[in-house]
Structure formats: structure tokens, C-alpha cells
Design a protein around this ligand. Structure first.
Ligand SMILES: [Zn+2]
Length: 161
């Protein structure tokens, strides 16, 4: 018998197309899982609206669950409430750091409000002397930073509310 808990575990194996170290569960994209006999219903909320990855995630969810033996899988997109970086799990934040991407800083909003530069600690040496190189990193969801201390370039996963 497959349970909801199993489905959540299977979904942990579906990674984000843009940040492969993160599962869609880490990202907080999976909102709900419903099992009804042989039908499995998954509700997801897209991350950044500009990310073209959602269709890919939908296909990957269906493929993964069918591979696990679930016959009927449907994926529903729910746009409200909108996804925020607050939904990133703690393990997701740690995985981002290990991957070399600075996770979103929740204080960022305040500094944006007062037009102060955002302090994003370096994911490698944790130095707070970093500077933004570009608003957009490898994808629109990220900004590009450089660490002034270890000179390491890194991406910052932008905070979104
Ligand atoms: Zn550094």
C-alpha cells in the first residue's frame, strides 16, 4: 500500500531543473499530495513566474510517480498563495550553501526598502564582504555576487515575497 508519506519521499527524488541539488520538496513547490485508490493528485505552486521550469517539473513528477508504480498521476498548478522564498526548507537552504549558492536572506527586504546594499554572506567562507556583480546570475532567479575576501564568485538565490 502506497501512502501519502511515500509520495512525499518519491517527490524528494525530483530535483529542480535549475538547481539540481534541490528537490522540489526542498523548494516548497509541492503544496499537497492526495491519494485516492490508484489516483495520485499532486498540487504544486510555481516559483518565480519567469521560470520556464514548471512544465518540466510537472512532467518529472508524473514520470517519477509512474516509475514508482502509480498508474494515474495528475498535477495541479495553484498560483495563489504565491510561492515565496520562505517556503524553502532548512535542508534546502543548507544544500544551496553546499552547492555554492547563497540562500535568500530574509532581512533583505528591509535593506531594499532603505536602498542599502544587500548583505549576502559568501556561501564558501561566510565573509560578509561581498558585492553584487549583476542583478542576474545564471538564471533570472539569481543575482551574481563576488566575495571580496576569498574572491570567489557565487550566485545568490534572490529573496521573493
Ligand atoms: Zn568568500
Amino acid at each position: 500500500m502506497v501512502t501519502d508519506k511515500d509520495i512525499w519521499e518519491y517527490l524528494e527524488e525530483v530535483s529542480d531543473p535549475e538547481i539540481p541539488v534541490l528537490s522540489i520538496v526542498d523548494l516548497g513547490v509541492v503544496r499537497a499530495v492526495k491519494l485516492d485508490d490508484e489516483n495520485c493528485h499532486v498540487t504544486i505552486t510555481p516559483t518565480y513566474s519567469g521560470c520556464p521550469a514548471m512544465k518540466m517539473i510537472e512532467v518529472q513528477i508524473i514520470e517519477k510517480l509512474q516509475e514508482k508504480g502509480l498508474k494515474k498521476v495528475s498535477v495541479d498548478l495553484v498560483l495563489s498563495p504565491a510561492w515565496t522564498t520562505d517556503w524553502l526548507s532548512e535542508s534546502g537552504r543548507n544544500k544551496l550553501r553546499e552547492y555554492g549558492i547563497a540562500p535568500p536572506e530574509n532581512e533583505v527586504d528591509k535593506s531594499v526598502l532603505f536602498a542599502e546594499p544587500t548583505v549576502v554572506p559568501c556561501p564558501k567562507c561566510h565573509s560578509k564582504s561581498t558585492k553584487m556583480v549583476s542583478q542576474f546570475g545564471s538564471t533570472a532567479c539569481k543575482a551574481h555576487y563576488t566575495c571580496i575576501d576569498c574572491l570567489e564568485p557565487f550566485d545568490y538565490f534572490k529573496c521573493l515575497k
